[in-house]
Design a protein around this ligand. Structure first.
Ligand SMILES: NC(=O)c1ccc[n+]([C@@H]2O[C@H](COP(=O)([O-])OP(=O)(O)OC[C@H]3O[C@@H](n4cnc5c(N)ncnc54)[C@H](O)[C@@H]3O)[C@@H](O)[C@H]2O)c1
Length: 428
């Protein structure tokens, strides 16, 4: 049985869901097919995703495909209680989620969705998959596979795989090119800027905004901040990300995009607003808080609340006080006040200021999730354990569907063009 905050919010949640549904044409098409073909018939799907209206439409799509669905949030602050109430009221799925959970409540909800004995798991940040490999190992034999939604989750999965500890197949949905490009870049850009404005109601134009991390998320946020008139400083690190790209190349790319680039030690003195988007920890910490101007606003849009070292900030403060929803003030011993938004959790999703990515962006991301779940269901345990790339056909088909939903159909290359593009011997 579902456990949510307030069932009287169901009517509000229903209206929000119908607005999201009306703006998710790609999932609507997939749902129509799922209703006929029932790819998940007899299967249980357990989900840990930020539980808000767009996620609700994904859950409905999986349920229409014949799945028994149980869902929790993947973060203690990001459930929309009205959406949770509406989904639970339908009685078609079980929902374990509310905004403002303690750590114990958060894990109670994750464990509750695993109690449903899933065949497939959809995770965002790898907490659910982590539990299946630790305290909930009894669930492992039934799992066919999983999907992971975000960069931090993929980092954790790759580490598990390297250590020989990942025991079922997981699609790296985050790493589909359409997902990186649309969700991480354009989605995080708009939703982060929106959430900062909604929480603070201050102007961005003329402010110095420091963005830590110039990856997919950071470069999107930087670009939107710039377009709103902010003076943007990018902070990167001299560290390796993979065989081809490191923080150094990303710093260069920020520089030639026209941003000022520097280390946090230098940026800390200049920023009016700080946004972390790195997937790393301690990005703003002990050595930076003493350098900041009084009134500086700090927030994070990376997956976990470890990018800004809140415990250190708290311990260095002579007074910590709640200003209003989503804003806490930290008065320093020298009288400066630093403001932290949404406890340093994902600012663009933390309730009540964060609405998450625009609906159309999540239409694409969740179309990828739905199609990858379908692939897992049809594999019936034939996929090897490990991290799997989303097949290019699936990635392209979602991009094609999004374009089609906007009335855009591109021409295919002619046979001659295709041959030219693939050969070396037809030059000048
Ligand atoms: N807010 C959202 O809705 C949302 C959406 C997608 C992803 N995410 C999360 O955002 C984070 C970033 O994702 P991404 O896809 O941009 O990752 P990415 O790997 O493309 O980029 C991260 C960047 O941060 C830099 N970096 C790492 N440590 C740093 C440090 N100490 N100081 C400065 N820069 C540092 C890296 O060099 C890299 O360029 C992840 O935690 C991801 O899960 C959030």
């Amino acid at each position: 049985m579902s456990k949510i905050k307030d069932s009287t919010l169901a009517a509000k949640g229903k209206a929000e869901l119908s607005w999201a549904r009306a703006n998710m044409p790609v999932l609507a098409q997939i749902r129509k097919r799922f209703e006929k073909e029932k790819p998940f018939s007899g299967l249980t799907i357990s989900v840990a995703l930020h539980l808000e209206k767009k996620t609700g439409v994904l859950l409905e799509t999986l349920s229409a495909g014949g799945a028994k669905v149980l869902a929790s949030s993947c973060n203690p602050l990001t459930t929309n209680d009205a959406t949770a109430a509406a989904l639970a009221k339908g009685g078609k799925m079980e929902i374990f989620a509310w905004a403002g959970q303690t750590n114990d409540e958060y894990y109670f909800c994750l464990n509750s969705v695993l109690d449903g004995k899933p065949d497939i798991v959809i995770d965002d940040g790898c907490d659910l998959i982590g539990l299946l490999h630790s305290s909930r190992k009894e669930g492992l034999p039934k799992i066919i596979g999983a999907c992971e939604e975000t960069t931090t989750g993929i980092t954790r999965l790759v580490a598990m795989q390297k250590a020989g500890k990942l025991l079922f197949p997981v699609f790296a949905v985050n790493n589909a090119y359409s997902k990186f490009l649309l969700d991480n870049q354009f989605g995080t850009a708009q939703s982060t800027v929106e959430a900062i404005c909604r929480a603070t109601n201050t102007i961005l134009a003329g402010k110095t905004v420091v963005i830590a991390g110039f990856g997919w998320c950071g470069r999107g946020v930087a670009s939107r901040m710039k377009s709103m008139g902010a003076n943007v400083i990018v902070v990167e690190i001299d560290g390796t990300l993979g065989p081809h790209e490191s923080g150094l190349q990303r710093a260069l790319s920020a520089l030639y995009d026209g941003y000022r680039v520097m280390a946090m030690q230098d940026a800390a003195k200049q920023g009016d607003i700080f946004v972390t988007a790195t997937g790393n920890k301690g990005v703003i910490g002990k050595e930076h808080f003493p350098l900041m101007k009084s009134g500086a606003i700090l927030c994070n849009t990376g997956h976990f609340n470890v990018e800004i070292d809140e415990p250190i900030l708290r311990s260095a403060s002579k007074r910590v006080f709640e200003v209003k929803d989503n804003i806490v003030g930290y008065e320093q011993k020298d009288g400066r006040i630093l403001y932290l938004l949404s406890e340093g959790r994902l600012v663009n999703l933390a309730q009540p200021s964060g609405q998450g990515h625009p609906i159309e962006i999540m239409d694409g991301s969740f179309a990828l999730q739905a199609l990858c779940c379908e692939l897992i269901a049809s594999s019936r345990k034939k996929m090897a354990a490990g991290v799997h790339s989303v097949p290019k056909e699936v990635d392209d088909s979602v991009a094609r569907l999004i374009l089609a939903s906007k009335g855009i159909t591109l021409q295919k290359p002619s046979a001659e063009q295709q041959k030219y593009a693939e050969s070396f011997d037809e030059g000048t």
